[in-house]
Write a protein that binds this ligand. Structure first.
Ligand SMILES: Cc1cc2nc3c(=O)[nH]c(=O)nc-3n(C[C@H](O)[C@H](O)[C@H](O)COP(=O)(O)OP(=O)(O)OC[C@H]3O[C@@H](n4cnc5c(N)ncnc54)[C@H](O)[C@@H]3O)c2cc1C
Ligand code: FES
Length: 251
């Protein structure tokens, strides 16, 4: 992990209220799928914002972000050629074991972006099926990446793109049709992860989830991001996660 000085190469809209920002760093960044960066968004009063690393190509790192509040508004206002600091790579990321050949990705909302990094990392060696849920057609993004999966199902809450379903329902429909992955990797809103865990528990499937919590330091020091584990202990989402076995954390 290092605090990189990063120059903005591109900061473009890719869907309604969603932008892709690409930085160039002075040297290549070694990234594992599912890790994130803590991006300085300008202004001394604002904490850095944690965003999943979507693509890492040598010293070009791309993040995709939804504009929510002051931090992401400032990020969106940054222009090509500007420099900022990005602390990365942070967190543990997703591991896929050698024996796990069939990988299911289940994602919704901003949770789709770390799953793109998983797909990029494993598409050559694994059979990847992606079940991705968007709010509506205007929110659809990343399809050119997910189209490289062995199987890709995109759904929307209102049926304006793909079937009217959420990502978990799309995944469940595949299971009912006979699909059985070796491992399920997921990222999305907590209610989605909770619903997914009900399904993976019922089916006896191994499931890993990437959690989102508000963060302070991003490196395990401030304890702003702690979550409850099922064994009664606490975990730091930034350092012990963001990826956890779904049975290990309280969703
Ligand atoms: C490990 C990790 C990876 C993430 N990856 C992505 C990503 O790839 N793309 C993306 O768009 N966002 C991602 N997020 C969420 C992103 O960090 C927040 O949306 C962002 O920090 C909001 O900052 P803001 O100043 O714009 O909004 P704020 O003004 O800080 O908040 C606006 C609204 O967003 C909510 N919010 C703020 N931070 C979080 C958070 N961490 N989780 C859930 N809700 C939050 C607040 O409660 C509030 O309702 C990630 C978060 C984590 C922890
Ligand atoms: S954000 Fe400080 S410990 Fe996780």
């Amino acid at each position: 992990m290092k605090d990189y000085v990063a120059t903005i190469l591109q900061n473009e809209k890719i869907a309604e209220n969603v932008y892709a920002i690409t930085f160039e760093t002075e040297e290549p960044v070694p990234v594992r799928a599912g890790q994130f960066g803590d991006i300085a968004v300008g202004g001394t009063h604002l904490l850095r914002r944690p965003i999943a690393i979507c693509k890492a190509e040598e010293n070009r790192i791309t993040f995709c972000y939804q504009v929510k509040g002051e931090g992401t508004q400032k990020l969106q206002a940054m222009r090509v050629g500007e420099k900022t600091n990005v602390l990365m790579p942070l967190g543990n990321g997703f591991y896929v074991e050698d024996g796990e050949k069939k990988v299911a990705l289940v994602g919704g909302g901003v949770g789709v972006f770390p799953l793109i990094s998983v797909l990029r990392a494993y598409k050559a060696t694994k059979e990847i099926s992606a079940y991705i849920g968007y709010r509506n057609k205007a929110a659809v993004c990343g399809v050119e990446e997910f189209a490289k999966a062995t199987n890709f199902v995109a759904v929307t809450d209102d049926g304006s793109y793909g079937e009217k379903k959420n990502a978990v329902q799309a995944f469940e429909a595949a299971l009912q049709a006979g699909y059985r992955p070796d491992v399920v990797l997921a990222c999305g809103p907590t209610p989605m992860l909770r619903a997914l865990k009900t399904v993976t528990d019922r089916e006896g499937l191994n499931c890993f989830v990437s959690l989102e919590e508000r963060m302070g330091c991003g490196i395990g020091a401030c304890l702003v991001c702690v979550c409850d584990k099922t064994n009664g202990k606490k975990a730091r989402v930034c350092k012990d996660g963001p990826v956890f076995n779904a049975n290990e954390v309280q969703l």
